[in-house]
Design a protein around this ligand. Structure first.
Ligand SMILES: [Zn+2]
Length: 251
C-alpha cells in the first residue's frame, strides 16, 4: 500500500513541477509579447500574407550588366546582336511554358534553339504527366532583358541572360494559390555557341545530344552516326546560340 502512495506522491510531484514550468513559460511569453493579443497576432499573419501577395505582383528588376558584357561578346562575335538573342529567350521560354502546360514535347521540339534542352525537358514533362500535375501559364508578357555573364573557352562561348516576365500561374501542387493575381518573376537562361568543336573539352560539357532512334547520348556534338544503333543523326548547328538551361530566379 505504502508503495502505491509513494508512487502517487511522486507522480503528483511531477505534475506539480510541470504545471509550475508551464506557468513560468506562460509568464515569460506574456512579458515578451507584451500587450499583443491573439487577434493582433492574426492580423500580423494576414499582413505577411498581403506582403507576399504584393511581392508576387511587383515587377522585378533584371539582374545583369549588359554594358560590361555586350562589347566583349561583340569583340569575339562581330555579328552578335543582343536583341536577336533576347528574342530567342522569349520564344524559347514561351515554347517551354507551352510544352509544360500541354504536357507535350511538341513546342520544344518545334524550336531548334532548344535542341540541347530536349533530354532534360522530356524527363520533366514525363514526370508531371505521371504525377498528373497541372501547370499553366497565361497572358505571358516579357519586360526587360540583360546580359548577366559571358564566358569563352575551349571552343565554346556561353552567355547568361536575365529576363523579367509576368504571367498568370497555376500549379495543382502549389501550397499558395495566387492564380487570381499576375505573377511578376524573373528567369535566368544560359546559351552556348560552339565555334570550334575540335577544341571542346568533353569534361566541361554539361549537355548531351541524344540519338532520336535509341536515345543513347551521342559522343560528338558534331553528330554523325550513333555508336549504339548506327542511325545517322543530322548534325545540330551549334554555330548559333542554343539554350543550355533555364531557371526561374524569383527571389
Ligand atoms: Zn542510336
Amino acid at each position: 500500500m505504502s508503495f502505491i502512495f509513494g508512487l502517487l506522491g511522486g507522480l503528483l510531484g511531477i505534475i506539480l513541477a510541470v504545471v509550475i514550468l508551464i506557468f513560468i513559460v506562460y509568464i515569460s511569453v506574456q512579458r515578451f509579447v507584451g500587450g499583443v493579443n491573439l487577434r493582433d497576432l492574426f492580423r500580423v499573419a494576414k499582413n505577411v500574407k498581403d506582403i507576399q501577395r504584393q511581392e508576387y505582383s511587383r515587377e522585378k528588376e533584371v539582374n545583369g550588366m549588359t554594358k560590361i558584357y555586350e562589347p566583349r561578346i561583340i569583340e569575339d562575335f562581330g555579328d552578335f546582336n543582343k536583341e536577336l538573342l533576347y528574342n530567342v529567350v522569349e520564344k524559347g521560354l514561351t515554347s517551354i511554358f507551352n510544352s509544360i502546360e500541354n504536357k507535350s514535347m511538341k513546342y520544344i521540339k518545334e524550336n531548334k534553339d532548344l535542341k540541347l534542352l530536349e533530354p532534360e525537358m522530356e524527363e520533366f514533362i514525363n514526370d508531371i504527366k505521371n504525377r498528373e500535375v497541372d501547370i499553366s501559364y497565361d497572358a505571358i508578357k516579357f519586360h526587360k532583358h540583360a546580359i548577366k555573364k559571358y564566358e569563352r573557352m575551349d571552343g565554346m562561348a556561353t552567355v547568361t541572360v536575365s529576363s523579367t516576365v509576368e504571367y498568370y500561374y497555376k500549379n495543382s501542387e502549389a501550397k499558395n494559390d495566387y492564380s487570381d493575381i499576375k505573377k511578376q518573376t524573373r528567369y535566368t537562361t544560359k546559351f552556348v555557341y560552339i565555334y570550334d568543336d575540335q577544341k571542346l573539352d568533353p569534361s566541361k560539357i554539361s549537355f548531351a545530344i541524344n540519338c532520336p532512334n535509341c536515345g543513347a547520348p551521342l559522343k560528338s556534338v558534331g553528330a554523325g552516326e550513333c555508336a549504339y544503333c548506327g542511325t545517322y543523326v543530322e548534325p545540330v548547328n551549334l554555330k548559333s546560340w542554343k539554350m543550355l538551361s533555364y531557371k526561374e530566379d524569383y527571389d
